[in-house]
Every structure is written in structure tokens, then in C-alpha cells.
Ligand binder design. Structure first.
Ligand code: FMN
Length: 221
């Protein structure tokens, strides 16, 4: 698969087969992704690969924390506190698409909640990756990290694997850092579900739309 094909094939996957991912496969993905560029070649990425009982225990703890107190403890604001257009509308449309794929009605709060909670189990993917950044670093390193994350996802496509980057997995940073031994000097950026796509799952059946190039590009000469 070439890069263009991989860019188009990558999508957020929210249901996975109950099939383990070989450690060598994950290492191959990270060996490629580490070639991502970073300002000053700082390479700010730190990755925790979590599977098996450790993953299950963390998912249980996160889900319990959410059900008890709601969301608390993200190290940074991933989303704006108040959404403005056109981003607000796009975000709502994205949610509608997700729920429609699962035939969850607009007023079905219970099923919506359960679909959200599935985030904390990384949608039952066999592997979850957590991404950390040293908090002495600045916004530039967030840019670098984004390139690393996309590199991980494209390399996963090449390995026949599917991913879902998840800000939701950054919502309980103290709990995750404590469980995995990362100190308060680190920022938990997000998590990522990794596994083999369940191609029969309805939730994986839709693709999100994109704006046309002309809408976000201006040419000057
Ligand atoms: C950094 C980041 C965090 C995200 N967090 C979540 C999340 O917590 N839960 C989720 O279901 N999707 C999450 N997504 C997936 C987006 O909803 C998805 O990328 C977007 O709708 C475009 O769809 P596509 O990835 O299938 O192309 C996240 C994406 C990114 C890049």
C-alpha cells in the first residue's frame, strides 16, 4: 500500500475482533512512526502499550470513575470550552453520523451514554496506546506529536490493523499515570485503540465527510 492509499484507508474504528496483536507488529509500527519529524528533532513522544489484564483493570477503573464523578482530570483542554461555527456544526454532524450508524435515536440517552462509555474500554480493542509528553515542552511539541500519531495510524494500516485516536482516554490522567508509573511531570495527551477491525460491526460502516480543498485553501502568487 502506498502513502496515498494508506491516508485514505485510515479511519476511526470503534469495534474490533477478539484477536490479539503480536508484539512484533506493534514494535514495527513504532519503529516506522519514530521517523516522524519534530522541531529540533526533540522527539517528544512517549508511548505506553497496554493490553491483557492491565488494560482491563485500567478500563474498569476509568469507567467506574466516569460513572461516579463524570469526566475529571484531563491534563489540557483538547476541545474549546465553547464551540464556535463552523466547528460546532461539524462536531454535531459527526456525532449524529455515529449514532445513526448504530440506530441510536436522538433522545435515547441511555444508549448514547453506553456508546460513550465504550471509549473507556478503547472499544474493546485488544491493545490501547497511551501517549505522553514532558510538561516542560511547549505547543510546538503538540504539533510534533500529531505527526507521530498519524504516522502510527498509517503504519497500522500497512500492518492490516485499525485504530481510533481517543481524547476520551486522556480524561482521567492522574488515574492512568498512577497505574502506568508516569509522573506528574508528564502530560497524558490521548489514547489510541489498536486492533483488527470488526468489518461486520455497524459502527465501522460509515466514513466521515471532509470539506473541499477550496474551502480551506487560498492560493497567492
Ligand atoms: C486526537 C484525536 C482524538 C479523538 N478522540 C476521540 C474519542 O475520544 N472518541 C472517539 O470516538 N473518536 C475520537 N476521535 C476520532 C474522530 O472523531 C475522527 O477522527 C473524526 O470524526 C474523523 O473521522 P475518521 O477518523 O474516521 O476519518 C479523535 C480523533 C483525534 C485525531
Amino acid at each position: 500500500m502506498n502513502v496515498l492509499e494508506a491516508l485514505k484507508a485510515r479511519k476511526s474504528t470503534r469495534a474490533f475482533l477478539d484477536k490479539p496483536v503480536a508484539r512484533e507488529c506493534i514494535v514495527r509500527i513504532l519503529e516506522v512512526a519514530r521517523h516522524a519529524p519534530s522541531g529540533g528533532n526533540a522527539q517528544p513522544w512517549q508511548v505506553a502499550v497496554v493490553s491483557g489484564e492491565k488494560k482491563e483493570a485500567l478500563a474498569r477503573a476509568t469507567e467506574a470513575a466516569f460513572r461516579q464523578d463524570g469526566v475529571s482530570g484531563m491534563d489540557y483542554n483538547y476541545y474549546p470550552l465553547e464551540w464556535q461555527e463552523p466547528y460546532k456544526g461539524r462536531r454535531i454532524a459527526c456525532g449524529i453520523q455515529l449514532y445513526e450508524s448504530l440506530h441510536i435515536g436522538r433522545k435515547d440517552k441511555a444508549r448514547r451514554l453506553e456508546q460513550w462509555v465504550a471509549n473507556y474500554r478503547a472499544f474493546d480493542a485488544p491493545v490501547v496506546l497511551f501517549f505522553f509528553l514532558d510538561n516542560s515542552l511547549e505547543k510546538g511539541s503538540y504539533l510534533d506529536f500529531g505527526m507521530f500519531l498519524q504516522s502510527v495510524m498509517l503504519a497500522a494500516v500497512e500492518e492490516g490493523l485499525a485504530t481510533c485516536p481517543q481524547a476520551a482516554l486522556g480524561q482521567f490522567a492522574p488515574l492512568v499515570k498512577e497505574a502506568l508509573g508516569y509522573g506528574p511531570g508528564t502530560v497524558l495527551l490521548c489514547g489510541m485503540a489498536l486492533g483488527y477491525e470488526d468489518k461486520d460491526a455497524a459502527v465501522n460502516s460509515y466514513r466521515t465527510p471532509r470539506e473541499e480543498v477550496e474551502s480551506f485553501t487560498r492560493f497567492f502568487s
